[in-house]
Design a protein around this ligand. Structure first.
Ligand code: NAP
Length: 348
């Protein structure tokens, strides 16, 4: 339960908030991210109690999570997460603006017509301005092209990101769900323009390691960072479904229902055994695995409670994996788990 009385007191961030862990450099840029960053895709819309959202954000920042990731369409309804975040900025985080890394994105459907989706200059610039207004900010720290647009020249999409940087509306820029090949092209265009395209946001988790087949190598070559999204396969890589497949009872996501196959659940149970031997919960091992050497710079978690947040922060106590553990995990995870929901964007 949110400590409502506490929430209505003016917020002062914990004095020891930067003493929990180190911040990780994004490629060869000056940007440094916490190992765990917090995404506001799912639990910060108008369908969730505002006090709960506020409690989660305060708790995150108190524990050194200074990166909050948004997009124009986060909610539901689309746009409401940025509005709610704007309220929290005004109420709690305004004094801490210079410490915070706030990102937003445009690329998926936001408003009707051809200029409310994908990657045109008109859409990206208008959407960034709308996001700033909703959040009550002068600038975002990272603005992303949310997906590759096969019908707009890449020069135009990256050129729009460059314009936002030059206008002072974005400090750094990024791309999300682009293939390795498109990433290299985008980086070349950005380099020619002198734009700080420093980060890629791909889906990545134990059951969906597609980035390991080219994208991570490209990012390393291009000196860019990777921030992994959907690290827990929307709850599949947690203890939520170890003993039940009742998504509704677990308060889980409908989109997961068709992935709760016996084959996937067997994998999840076997992964849980590996996690237990490491002294971690399954969620903790799944997050730690993404932060092992050579993998992601930061991991974007979603959380519906401070309890989940605490469990996830506990992952940082053990990021080391033996060769045996890594090969056990690879062996269990092999085969298509059917959770690569964003793949279409990356291969187009
Ligand atoms: P996820 O880690 O795969 O799923 C998060 C969900 O897992 C939570 O909402 C919660 O489900 C459950 N969970 C988290 N910690 C748990 C724990 N310790 N024990 C049990 N359950 C736990 O991540 P995601 O929400 O899909 O994505 C995270 C962020 O990535 C988003 O907020 C967004 O910022 C970003 N993202 C970006 C894109 C893109 O296209 N760039 C796409 C998707 C996501 P309940 O809410 O049901 O409790």
């Amino acid at each position: 339960m949110p400590a409502t009385k506490e929430l209505h007191r003016p917020y002062t961030a914990a004095a020891d908030r930067y003493e929990h862990y180190g911040y990780r450099r994004v490629g060869d840029s000056g940007l440094r991210l916490p190992p765990l960053s917090l995404g506001l895709w799912w639990n910060f819309g108008d369908n969730r109690p505002f006090d709960n959202q506020r409690e989660i954000l305060r708790h995150a920042f108190d524990h050194g999570i200074n990166h909050f990731d948004l997009a124009n369409n986060y909610g539901p309804p689309a746009g409401s997460a940025e509005e709610n975040f704007g309220r929290m900025m005004r109420k709690d985080f305004k004094p801490y603006r210079n410490e915070l890394l706030i990102s937003s994105k445009a690329g998926y459907d936001m408003w009707p017509g051809p200029y409310g989706t994908f990657g045109s200059r008109k859409y990206l610039i208008a959407s960034c301005e709308a996001s700033l207004e909703k959040m009550g900010l002068d600038y975002v720290d990272i603005f992303y092209s949310h997906r590759f647009d096969p019908k707009t020249p890449l020069e135009e999409t990256i050129g729009a990101l460059d314009t936002l940087v030059r206008q002072g509306k974005a400090t750094y820029v990024g791309i999300s769900s682009y293939s390795a090949e498109r990433t290299a092209q985008a980086k070349q265009i950005a380099n020619d323009l002198g734009t700080p395209l420093v980060i890629h946001q791909p889906s990545y988790n134990i059951l969906n390691p597609w980035v390991e087949h080219g994208l991570l190598q490209t990012l390393e070559k291009e000196r860019m960072g990777a921030i992994a999204f959907t690290p827990l396969a929307q709850g599949l890589l947690t203890d939520k479904y170890l003993s039940t497949t009742d998504v509704e009872r677990q308060g889980g996501r409908r989109s997961l229902e068709s992935q709760l196959t016996e084959e996937n659940l067997t994998k999840v149970r076997r992964l849980n055994e590996v996690a237990q031997k490491r002294g971690q919960s399954l969620a903790q091992m799944a997050l730690a695995w993404l932060l092992r050497d050579g993998a992601a710079t930061s991991v974007l978690i979603g959380a519906s409670s401070t309890k989940q947040l605490d469990e996830n922060l506990g992952a940082l106590k053990n990021l080391e994996f033996s060769e045996t553990e890594l090969s056990q995990i690879a062996d269990i995870a092999q085969g298509d788990a059917g959770i690569d929901w964003w793949r279409a964007s990356a291969i187009s």
